[in-house]
Ligand binder design. Structure first.
Ligand SMILES: Nc1nc2c(c(=O)[nH]1)N[C@H]1C(S)=C(S)[C@@H](COP(=O)(O)OP(=O)(O)OC[C@H]3O[C@@H](n4cnc5c(=O)[nH]c(N)nc54)[C@H](O)[C@@H]3O)O[C@H]1N2
Ligand SMILES: Nc1nc2c(c(=O)[nH]1)N[C@H]1C(S)=C(S)[C@@H](COP(=O)(O)OP(=O)(O)OC[C@H]3O[C@@H](n4cnc5c(=O)[nH]c(N)nc54)[C@H](O)[C@@H]3O)O[C@H]1N2
Ligand SMILES: [Mo]
Length: 567
């Protein structure tokens, strides 16, 4: 996020798109409701589904999934055409405006209407309202990113925010609502294939030299960019990847096109899974390493507003479970010892070939998470001013470059991190797979309030399972009538990649021609259906658009809609 959560309650206009905030980020959702109710902030929701916040919205635009660039560019078109943009800001703080102007000139609201299905006058109204601000925030989530054009979608939103001078100001900004409690932290720590901690590129020799020196390794650190998680499954199937350690993920249910994923995992020489439960993925593993859960270990989480917070151990881990860092260190030490032994054997045999010495003696022997954090702070400028003792007094938002720095609630304040804010001219193109005669429905996937992802944790909760015991597919009543499917009936969903059956729930939340399903339930594993086409930059799959056919099951009598007590 460029900005902070609490600013939601102190802004004039909130534009939310591709985020089911009330269900997936309920705390922020509540802040949005309060901002509208108490502070009279204007709310614009742009979402194909009639999500809960639509009830609070002043303007709701309902685009066809996968058409975001068209409406975003059209909003920029209107804002420029009607002179509503912030000329001073654009002149002083940005570059690339002319290319943007030329690009969006082609996106009249009338053309956008044909692509998105949003009425041109509604689009104009939303554009004016956002530009009018004075302060306006954009919040987005997976409805924007989980597309083959996900990166371009985000760039288009950034254009809109800069055009109206909304980046670097309190109550403004462009803020992705991050998914997991610590996904921001995982990225900050360098759990990405191309960067070390603090987004320092592995291809930068000066960066590598610093890490090499701190870790006193005998060999040069690799400057090669690795594979993303989504690329690894393809590589495994092709035999380019032979072993995998999966830590805290359940890809058998969560990755797109899961029959491919199963095949990929099956073709590995070695699969190790480190998890707190025996998941569908762990059941395929050669070795399972039992990990301690969040309540059973010390550490930090970095939340969606870049705030680093301490987590404290409340319970002892069960059985032989260990904290993830302890497991990783133990594995690394054994690998290191093995390689040293092999080297010794080779030397004895008179070979002079040198095997890389992984790490100096004593390395990977941390005593506590605090010690690991200190090393991180030393090597990561954005975390440099933080320590466990400082975090005792409360969370700090990065960048925090020194011990006296209070942290940074708003990014890009006086200048952009790169200098000038850069406009990117991006064009609309269709999704990788669109409905056709054989697969006439657009399948969109996502979440409900009551379960978390593949259900490994939430489905163990009796209360949640009582409220939401099974999966369902949301379908518009008009579409269901044409197929003679009643509310609560089971139906078959078929895509080019596989098929599942699931109970159908009839609701106006889903627009005509679109069905929506969650990936929470192993009994109706929706990723059997989804398309694994990737965004070329972010390598995120197109979870939000694939094509399916819905078939009535002859034998099912239908049983009303017992799937949820509350929605
Ligand atoms: N209860 C609960 N909360 C969660 C999670 C959970 O599993 N359960 N998971 C967490 C995680 S890791 C994440 S990433 C977040 C995800 O949070 P969200 O991204 O809010 O969740 P999704 O259900 O994926 O919904 C995406 C939204 O995008 C809309 N959408 C779909 N296609 C399009 C499109 O083409 N354009 C636009 N503009 N919108 C579209 C959908 O209708 C939906 O409202 O939630 C987090 N919070
Ligand atoms: N169709 C479809 N698929 C999607 C999405 C979608 O919108 N639609 N969204 C995607 C998104 S945004 C996300 S984030 C992914 C989520 O996909 P996953 O991350 O694969 O799903 P989770 O069920 O959250 O799996 C987390 C695992 O971590 C384990 N775990 C919990 N705590 C710990 C711990 O402290 N240590 C260890 N070692 N393990 C732990 C849990 O038991 C669980 O097995 O799904 C993606 N898949
Ligand atoms: Mo996520």
């Amino acid at each position: 996020m460029t900005n902070s959560m609490e600013e939601v309650e102190d802004t004039d206009c909130i534009l939310i798109t591709g985020s089911n905030t009330a269900e997936c980020h309920p705390i922020i959702g509540r802040m949005v409701k309060r901002a509208v109710d108490r502070r009279r902030a204007k709310l614009i929701v742009i979402d194909p589904r009639k999500v809960e916040l639509v009830k609070f919205a002043h303007i709701w635009l309902r685009p066809r999934p996968g058409t975001d660039i068209a409406w975003i560019n059209a909003m920029a078109h209107v804002i420029i055409q009607e002179g509503l943009w912030d000329e001073e800001y654009v002149k002083n703080r940005t570059e690339g405006f002319e290319a943007l102007r030329t690009c969006v000139a082609e996106y009249s609201p009338e053309r956008a209407e044909r692509i998105t299905g949003i009425a041109a006058q509604d689009l104009r109204r939303a554009a004016r309202r956002y530009a009018q601000g004075p302060k306006a925030m954009i919040l987005y989530a997976m409805g924007i990113t989980q597309h083959t054009k996900g990166t371009d979608n985000v760039k288009a939103l950034a254009n809109l925010a800069m055009l109206c001078g909304n980046i670097g100001v309190e109550g403004g900004g462009l803020s992705p609502l991050r998914g997991q409690n610590n996904v921001q932290g995982a990225c900050d720590m360098g759990a990405l294939p191309n960067v070390l901690p603090g987004y320092q590129p592995v291809t930068d020799e000066t960066v590598l030299a610093r890490f090499q020196q701190r870790w006193s390794t005998g060999t040069r650190l690799s400057n090669r960019v690795g594979l993303t998680a989504t690329e690894m499954f393809g590589a495994a199937r092709e035999g380019r990847l032979r072993a995998m350690l999966v830590m805290g993920e359940n890809p058998v249910l969560s990755e797109a096109n899961s029959s491919h994923v199963r095949k990929a995992l099956g073709s590995l020489d070695m699969l190790i899974v480190q998890d707190i439960f025996l998941t569908e993925t762990a059941q395929m593993a050669d070795v399972v390493l039992p990990a301690a859960s969040f309540a059973e270990k010390d550490g930090t989480f970095t939340n969606t507003e870049r705030r680093v917070q301490r987590v404290r151990k409340a319970l002892d881990p069960p059985g032989r479970a260990l904290a993830d860092w302890e497991i990783l260190c133990a594995v690394a030490q054994r690998v290191s010892r093995k390689m040293q032994a092999r080297q010794a054997a080779m030397n004895e045999a008179g070979s002079h070939a040198s095997h890389p010495r992984l790490f100096s003696h004593g390395y990977w022997e941390y005593k506590s998470p605090a010690e690991i954090f200190d090393e991180l702070a030393e090597l990561t400028p954005a975390y440099a001013g933080m320590s466990y003792s400082r975090l005792e007094r409360g969370g700090i938002q990065w960048p925090c470059p020194n011990k006296y720095h209070p942290g940074t609630p708003v990014l890009h304040k006086d200048r952009f991190v790169r200098g000038m804010g850069k406009f990117h001219a991006v064009e609309h193109t269709p999704s990788a797979e669109e409905p056709d005669e054989t697969y006439p429905f657009l399948l969109s996937t996502g979440r409900t309030r009551f379960h978390y992802h593949t259900g490994t944790m939430t489905r163990r909760s009796q209360g949640l399972s009582f409220i939401a015991p099974e999966g369902f597919v949301e379908m518009n009543p008009r579409d269901a009538a044409a197929l003679d499917i009643r509310d609560g009936e089971r139906a078959r969903l078929v895509s080019r990649r596989g098929e599942i059956t699931s109970r159908v729930r009839l609701t106006e939340r889903s627009p005509h021609g679109m069905v929506f399903a969650t990936f929470h339930f192993r009994e109706s594993p929706v990723n059997v259906l989804t398309n694994d086409a990737l965004d070329p930059t972010a390598k995120i799959p197109e979870f939000k658009v694939s094509a399916v056919r819905v078939e009535k099951l002859p034998e099912d009598p239908g049983q009303g809609s017992p799937t949820m007590l509350l929605t």
